[in-house]
Design a protein around this ligand. Structure first.
Ligand code: BGC
Length: 416
């Protein structure tokens, strides 16, 4: 490893999201889980038996409890222990969320105790030398907000603004980095087009409204935060895919690539171009297109979720993002579902090389956040996909155990 590639103050971090780890969250997603757990367990085989190791996960995915976030991995309670572990992994930053439904469970009423708790979390992070990167919205919302139509209505954006204003008032001077919205493209697609996530709508008009309203929500949040503290650095965490043509120079494939890159990768970022201090993106996928918008990815290697893995695809994506926006970049999420920990080290190794290449070519990359610090609740899949640098045994007192790949990662970043 050559020291000079990574800047001296590079952030090496890991990401979490409130609903996926905290435990005890009550939001629109919790309600949906409780209503759908049975049905998800019953339809598991027909949905998932194509996965590489269905036999291994069968008993888990056919158990309704798998689909209930419940007490999470008790991160809300055990944050001190988790920060200690993060520090022992030589990390110097954490991306975390403040759960809107927790701080404003009833419309217009703040839970001050919860604010105090988050304040303690932020102070503890800092005391441990972990730079807090606050993420404001990671898909979950108070039920009262969801009941009024969530982000489908432009008039509802004011509720989000009020939440952001309160966060700015409480924490605007304790923080240096804020991420407003996680993966607006993914949320809009799964919740309003493909009907996989709550509220399971397949409504193009609503999808269009949601994405525009998220653009608006971000811009307004940006202004609120900067007004409070002009030194705050604000951005999003969108999801970018390394989109390529299956048959380079084939007209149809190249056409599909143009459309997909624009719609999936650049549409949102272009709209907020002047309202971001950095570009934050999550990288998981390299997607190969053929014919008219047909995705046709290689069949190996795949992770436990069946996702084709190409960690080095981060490199072209970093170059393109830099060329488009010329703003500092953070990789806000990146990782693999890998229970046996057979791919994670390779993934990390390739990822570090991809980042080095990009930096050496002038890309202003400022930080990398692995997904995730802990094993967590993976949305519609539930508990079985394991993304953690740290394994959590939910059947044995939520015991934390550092995975071998994480030990390797910790050593690596110490030497950089
Ligand atoms: C999301 C995370 C999720 C991860 C793995 C990202 O799309 O932001 O919440 O757990 O991918 O699927």
């Amino acid at each position: 490893m050559d020291k000079q590639f990574f800047p001296e103050h590079f952030y090496w971090g890991a990401s979490t999201a409130s609903h996926q780890v905290e435990g005890g969250t009550v939001n629109q997603w919790t309600i949906w889980e409780l209503a759908h757990a049975k049905q998800l367990s019953k339809t598991a085989e027909q949905r998932l038996d194509w996965l590489p190791d269905y036999k291994h996960i069968k008993s888990k995915v056919e158990d309704p409890q798998n689909y209930i976030s419940g007490n999470g991995v008790e991160h809300f309670k055990r944050y001190k222990e988790d920060y200690r572990i993060a520090k022992s992994l030589n990390l110097n930053a954490l991306r975390f969320g403040i759960e809107w439904s927790r701080v404003e469970p009833v419309e217009g009423q703040w839970d001050e105790e919860v604010f105090e708790h988050y304040r303690k979390m932020i102070l503890e992070m800092k005391a441990k030398g972990l730079e807090p990167f606050l993420n404001l919205w990671h898909w979950t919302m108070p039920t009262w907000f969801a009941d009024q139509g969530g982000f489908t209505k432009r008039g509802n954006v004011k509720f989000f603004e009020r939440f952001v204003q309160k966060i700015a008032d409480e924490f605007g001077h304790n923080l240096r980095h804020v991420i407003t919205i996680n993966e607006p493209n993914v949320y809009t697609t799964f919740s309003y087009l493909t009907k996989e996530w709550p509220p399971q709508e397949g409504n193009l008009l609503h999808a269009a409204m949601v994405i525009w309203n998220l653009v608006l929500a971000h811009k307004r949040a940006y202004k609120i935060l900067k007004r409070k503290n002009s030194k705050l650095l604000v951005g999003v965490a969108t999801q970018l895919a390394n989109i390529q043509a299956k048959r380079p120079r084939n007209l149809f494939d190249e056409f599909s690539v143009k459309i997909m890159r624009y719609v999936w990768n650049w549409f949102f970022l272009n709209r907020i171009r002047r309202h971001q201090d950095f570009v934050g993106f999550n990288y998981y996928f390299s997607d190969y297109y053929t014919g008219f918008l047909k995705r046709d990815n290689p069949k190996v290697p795949v992770n436990d979720l069946g996702w084709y893995m190409e960690p080095e695809g981060l490199y072209p994506l970093l170059l393109r993002t830099w060329t488009h926006y010329k703003k500092p970049i953070f990789v806000t999420e990146n990782g693999v579902a890998d229970e046996q920990d057979q791919y994670r080290r390779w993934w990390l190794e390739e990822t570090i090389i991809a980042m080095e290449r990009a930096i050496s070519e002038g890309v202003e990359l400022k930080g990398y956040f692995h997904w995730s610090l802990l094993d967590n609740f993976e949305w519609k899949y539930g508990w079985w996909p394991k993304f953690g640098l740290v394994e959590v045994d939910r059947n044995d007192g939520m015991k934390r155990k550092v995975r071998p790949s994480a030990v390797w990662f910790a050593e690596k970043i110490k030497k950089i």
